[in-house]
Design a protein around this ligand. Sequence first.
Ligand SMILES: [Zn+2]
Length: 516
Amino acid sequence: MSFRKLLAVLAVIGVLSAHSSVFAQDFDLLIRHGSVIDGSGSAAQNLDVGISGDRIAFLGDATGKTAKRQIDARGLIVAPGFIDPHTHTLEDLSNPATSRNDAYLTQGVTTVVTGNDGSSPIDIGATLAQWKKQGIGTNAALFIGQGSVRRAVMGMSDSTPTPQQIKQMQDLVARAMEGGAIGISTGLYYAPGSYSSTEEVIALTKIAAEHGGIYDTHMRDESSYTIGLLASVQETIRIGRETGILVNISHIKALGKDVWGKSTDVIAMIDAARASGVKITANQYPYTASGTSVVAALVPRWAEADGKDAMLKRIDNSSIRPRLVAEMARNLERRGGAAAMLICSSQDKQIVGKTLEQIAQQRKESPIDAALEIVKAGDAGVASFNMQESDIENFMRQDWVMTGSDGSPGHPRKYGTFPMKLRKYVFDEHIISLPFAIRSSTSLTAQTLGLKDRGLLKTGYFADIVVFDPRTINQRATYVDPAVLSTGVRYLAVNGKLAVDGGELTSVLPGRPLTH
Ligand SMILES: [Zn+2]
């Protein structure tokens, strides 16, 4: 071969290999030497994970294999990306400035669900299409919210719907399910969901069931406000039994000292329902404070009927106010008193970081009068310390309880839920094992929500993968400073693309809208 010919051949090889068709690599990404926990609940194994395109192509010993990019995961845990079945990320995902979803990527979360608590956009298809067009950092799925559907048809009325109104609401649910919703959510504690009877909820849930969806609920009462915690669990079980749908209790808890210790009864009821064939699961965030608002926590629902203006009029009506104040005082007592209510977000920056007790003392008025002033000024976000550690641990140990952040502004759970659960409940306090914790944040959730080919490290599954350092994984968010990113996630692949690389967020938006 002449020197010139040789050069020509080398040039061709060079061009071809640049297009990687002759000297193709085995994988796009190869994560070597990590401690692999596959999400099924099985123990860790030392395996290499090969990724081609958006899928897991290989699990095993990759000695001799090549890849465009290799990651040395020695000393790190490799697991399926976490799936969060309950978030309040609709605004973040819909705004191009925040759609990367940093708070969740840095926790190792690759899929979020939103539209929980009965509150969602009505046009599910349009929201999913917008996300796809604009780009999102994590995968995301939507529930159609029963409260939003009711509001669209009946406003904030507390009346019983007519048969025509039921039909209108059912049509909206059907359209949402056809548009890609993974199920229906309720917020029966909140207005206007609280105005719905169980029968009304069943009429709408049937439609979601016919379309293969699930039922996700913030129950009517997690405490002793109205029908009580146990009757609310019973109502949820009834909805599951009569419609055949899988029912999921969101942020399961025993809220307030009237029901502390009742986790044992709730678990017994759910175990019995499961044994009798009802499909029922729950999710939970690992914090003793719930995140809510002054109105939601303290104001009775009758005072909210017909909307905000009507509520403000009732506050100033001297013939109504005494009854309102008395009921609010009982609600405050239920939640542990004014010192257990920490204001986390408000238009009025003066009150952020203070308890309702401190605000009342400063203003020299009663806690309820202070609360009503806050309501009149536009309401405020509250961390309400109302749970017992023993109930949290009791629920967490159940194999039907998933991790779910319920992340909202003004509570560390939005930035810290998944690292917090690993740090505190697995590594520091040994309440649950690492494979059990990983399963509760991955495959259990994917199966419950009906997300296909996600939640496990398995050949052919989507390459949603977290690589984290068990020594450093932790939340940094606090109640006073809740919007701080977590630490310890070293790499995060979403559909095969690295959204976190070497502990740093990248600029890609590899998430996809997911439908059932
Ligand atoms: Zn909720």
